[in-house]
Ligand binder design. Structure first.
Ligand code: HEC
Ligand code: HEC
Length: 95
């Protein structure tokens, strides 16, 4: 019986993986529609370091007026590296 249950669980997991039921997340250099990609010709500005800090604090920096939103778009394309993540987390779209 136990073995049967384990087999069932395994089957369900495999089916979910194949069917793509595992939700896609916006991952940098990831795959799929939500992947966050930035053109390679650009180097990472100092404001982005450490990147984990920047991921959570970029709104504060922009809202405080230190950096203008438009300045980000010099390197970032809104569809590929702002709004795919914003759509996922439910933040307003950048224009
Ligand atoms: C000089 C070019 C440049 C500018 C200007 C710039 N970025 Fe970036 N940004 C990058 C690069 C390159 C990366 C990738 C960093 C890495 O791979 O470590 C990145 C990464 C990010 C990430 C992380 C994405 C992820 O999925 O982890 C966020 C968020 C981000 N930038 C937001 C902004 C915002 C907001 C601004 C404007 C205030 C901005 N960037 C301005 C080049 C830039
Ligand atoms: C990896 C995910 C991710 C990426 C990529 C990303 N953001 Fe964000 N952004 C967020 C999250 C999460 C918040 C909300 C944070 C909070 O409310 O504490 C946010 C909030 C913001 C806000 C504040 C919105 C408001 O209404 O106050 C601005 C402005 C902003 N992001 C600009 C940008 C720009 C410009 C880019 C592209 C250059 C970008 N973000 C890329 C995750 C991301």
């Amino acid at each position: 019986m136990k073995r049967f249950l384990i087999l069932m669980l395994l089957c369900i997991t495999v089916i979910m993986l194949v069917a793509g039921c595992v939700p896609e997340k916006p991952v940098k250099d990831g795959k799929g529609e939500l992947a966050v990609t930035i053109d390679r010709e650009f180097t990472t500005p100092a404001t982005h370091s450490p990147l984990e800090w920047w991921q959570t604090h970029h709104p504060t920096v922009i809202n405080s007026g230190d950096i203008k939103e438009q300045d980000c778009l010099y390197c970032h394309q809104v569809d590929r590296s702002c709004n795919n993540c914003h759509g996922y987390v439910g933040v307003r779209k950048i224009k």
